[in-house]
Design a protein around this ligand. Sequence first.
Ligand code: C2G
Length: 449
Amino acid sequence: MIKVITYGTFDLFHQGHIKLLERAKALGDYLIVGVTTEHFDEARGKVNVIDSCLERVDNVRKTGLADEIIIEDHIDQKMEDIQKYGIDIFTVGSDWEGTFDYLKTLCKVVYLERTPNISSTMLRKNHFKIVRTGIIGTGRIAPRFVAEGKYVSGMNIVSAYNPEKESGSRFEKKYEIPVCNDDYELFLEGVDAVYIASPNETHYEYAKAAIAAGKHVLCENPVALKKKDTMQLFSLAREHGVVLLEGIKTAYCPGFQQLINTARGGKIGELRDIEACFTRLADIGSRERTDRFFGGAFLEYAAYTLLPIFKLYGTNYQDISIHSIYDENGIDVYTKIELVYKHGLATAKCGVGVKTEGQLVIAGTQGYILAESPWWLTRKYQIRYENPNEIETYEPKFQGDGLRYEMSEFVAKINGIDKNGYLLTEDEILAIAEITERYLEQKQEQTGK
Ligand code: C2G
């Protein structure tokens, strides 16, 4: 009996897939089809797969061509499978020509001619409305957004807006994206969505006007500095039928969600303490260190540090205190937020002028999770126990600088196919907004600024 194996994502199952499977089957007597998991696809840079793994398996099954279906979830699994299942022929489409020649030591490798003019990518493009996106603010984040946008299908960055002409024209020259600097309404007319990456205090007005004009909004944290303004933006977005997504990028990183689920999964027992720390020494001349009103550590990083706390304990804390160390200009160089819950404690620490280890430690009754800096781009974390030799290490995949995940979520939401509304909830955003407002009031009292 000749055993054949092939692998694929098989997203938006189409004629090209069927033809490939038919010819694969014809190569032998028994066909095994490996279907990729979401995780594996993310790990190899496919972040926009639409169908779930089970839907994709089901589509392969319905063809009746596969004698056996297996799940592919990690790199180099092909070698294992070929040996494990006693495979004679490995086959895949000609778009992979040469890539799998290394398997020739184990079995025969056949590249089958790819069916022309059809692909999942093409179907995804039709499936997704292309979202014409304009960037507001052409400072430090905008170039990263442009770079990451290349990996997000369905998003097309068409323009930018910056009232400061000089910064705008530098950006326009470098990235060849037209920058508008006077007429915001005109800028909005040319886009379906905006990404707001301007200074913190300008987010609310930009977002409000964009939503009112029927545009989807992806806004860097914070969307507004007051809770009531944040609530108003969300209800305005609902009224206008547009998406408002807050860009706390950690929330959308697959590794962070995995870490949260590990913590919830009971391995470290009941959760009793969370310490989340994010510090980055900012240049003395930078906006973070010079803007007396909207610079400082809290507005820069507090949302990231509050996120794991709200994810794990919820937003109903019993008590809160915020302590800041200000510099001579009234900028908080270091801020510590302490939260008390019925069964647990939490501390969020952030700094722009104080350096710490910057780790996330989630302590439970049986052990603790340690995620070292930069845990907010979660690539690695460990579970540790009383016995110091007992350590479990997790290394979730993380692509690029992390922005692509929130961008993908934004496009998915606009297209009404997001399955991940839980990644960052309105309740969590409002809880962060409430603390932000409280912090700003306290700062005003303490520094007069
Ligand atoms: N295919 C084809 N003709 C098309 C489109 C796809 O013959 N027009 C083939 C691909 O070459 C592949 C199979 O159909 O052999 C599945 O394609 P994808 O779902 O795009 O799978 P892919 O992401 O290429 O994964 O480990 C996974 C494999 O390496 C292939």
